[in-house]
Ligand binder design. Sequence first.
Ligand SMILES: Nc1ncnc2c1ncn2[C@@H]1O[C@H](COP(=O)(O)OP(=O)(O)OP(=O)(O)O)[C@@H](O)[C@H]1O
Ligand SMILES: [Mg+2]
Length: 166
Amino acid sequence: MRELGRSLARLLLPGDLVLLTGELGAGKTTLTRGLGEGLDVRGAVTSPTFVIARVHPPLGDGPPLVHVDAYRLGGGLEEMEDLDLDVSLPESVVVVEWGEGKVEELSEDRLHVVIERSVGSEAAGGAEDGAGDGSGEDARTVTLTGVGGRWAGQDLSVLAEPGENG
Ligand SMILES: Nc1ncnc2c1ncn2[C@@H]1O[C@H](COP(=O)(O)OP(=O)(O)OP(=O)(O)O)[C@@H](O)[C@H]1O
Ligand SMILES: [Mg+2]
């Protein structure tokens, strides 16, 4: 998930909104950690359980990363604005865990990332590599869906290939 986050970071532009959906422990924060590394922002990405939102300023020329945990957010643009983030959302990459159904109105264009824990041997890859007990537990199935013109021409299949960073 971390590697995927790093790869995804290369496709992201200022103003992009990414919604992460998946059960507790699916890997939403882990993916965001990779995004933070890929975007080269300051501060370790951790679970923003007690802070709802955290801004990671860029170390280089890239956009800031705004990491939101909307789990306890009632929903809606208003509440996002009430967070009074000291950053311009249109100039940032905004990643929202548990954001589905809550923050869509932030942007007409958005990338939905749905993470499912693969269960059983019918799951793609991982579980059948014979690496021993429980190896299949860590497998994840990720579905990316781009919404809006921003994503219409974007080839997301590049993310299905193994990362180039080793
Ligand atoms: N393939 C994997 N992808 C992501 N996380 C994995 C994987 N295998 C094991 N893990 C572990 O599962 C946990 C995932 O936790 P993480 O905080 O990323 O999930 P989350 O979706 O953000 O959960 P929450 O809903 O509580 O915010 C981590 O401890 C991570 O090390
Ligand atoms: Mg999390």
